[in-house]
Write a protein that binds this ligand. Sequence first.
Ligand SMILES: *Cc1c(COP(=O)(O)O)cnc(C)c1O
Length: 348
Amino acid sequence: MSLTLYVDSARFRGNQHLTLGRAPTVVPVAKGNGYGLGNARLAEEARRLGVDTLAVGTYDELPAVRDLFPGALLVLTPWRPFGAAAQEPDPRVVHTIGRIDDLPALLQRDPDARFVLERMTSMMRHGFSAAGLREAGATLAAHPDARLEGVALHLPMGGASHLSEVQRLMTDVVAADLPTHTIWVSHLTDHELAELARSWPDYTFRPRIGTDLWLGDRGALRVRATVLDVHPVTRGEVFGYRGRSAPKDGTLVVVSGGTAHGIGLEAPTGASTIKARAGAIARGGLDAAGFVRSPFSIGGKQRLFAEPPHMQASMLFLPSGSTVPVVGDEVDVRVRFTATTFDRVVFD
Ligand SMILES: *Cc1c(COP(=O)(O)O)cnc(C)c1O
């Protein structure tokens, strides 16, 4: 009765060990929906992997992982003197500081606080300018006991190499004369990390990795929805919330998985150009009837929504002649793991 994520544990963990082998200083990231697996599960996986630090996205995510992962907990969202960040001091938490005023504010509240300084990158999300980082360095010179644990750089994904940008940012780090030699980075390739290690042998680079660590072997993950009901319909028969009529004879298949799970409409099938759409209408295709492609596959074919997904279930239209699944069967679903909430995650 569920939208279920089935995990092949051996392959899932095999990919984690491969990643650890390539990047021994890896910092696993557990944030948001836990990449579909849930942050609590990821915290347990990180403990099993034996890494010393786990990164979470926000302060609100700490309670879900705190008791499951025994090491340091790096919070990626910058610390602010208000809201969830202004919590009880915790010696395992490593804060991210990205504004000059936040540094004395944090140290005043918790002189033993552990933190990294974030240097702004071409992402332009958070962090210090080169001058800001130097100012932070000067502030820290007056706090010799402060527990600076590194400099953080958050780089854009993919595209051209980020090596020249990181090289330039590293000169800013050196100029700030900080009492740390650890650089926390994201979205660098193995090759780029190796190049940086060669260029800056005194520094340790620690890649924060989520997607490639948890979702790097898609073959380890299979998403299936339960067939909840099956109704034959004849052409013209009315169904659904919107009382639309069946464009031809076929079968309505009700499957688990709806908007609450993050199941959404996809682009209309093929007919994106006026010409293609005219052709579809001429053929009397289902897409011409306004049916939209769903992420559910039956009989190896991606099927059409009979109407937009409901909160926890979806109605699909199967044209006559297709093999109709039976209630209780499971069908494959294609999802974006970072945007899907599963009813169950099953490890074999
Ligand atoms: C999410 C995030 C990461 C990990 O990104 P992936 O693409 O999932 O590997 C690294 N650093 C920061 C700051 C992030 O927010």
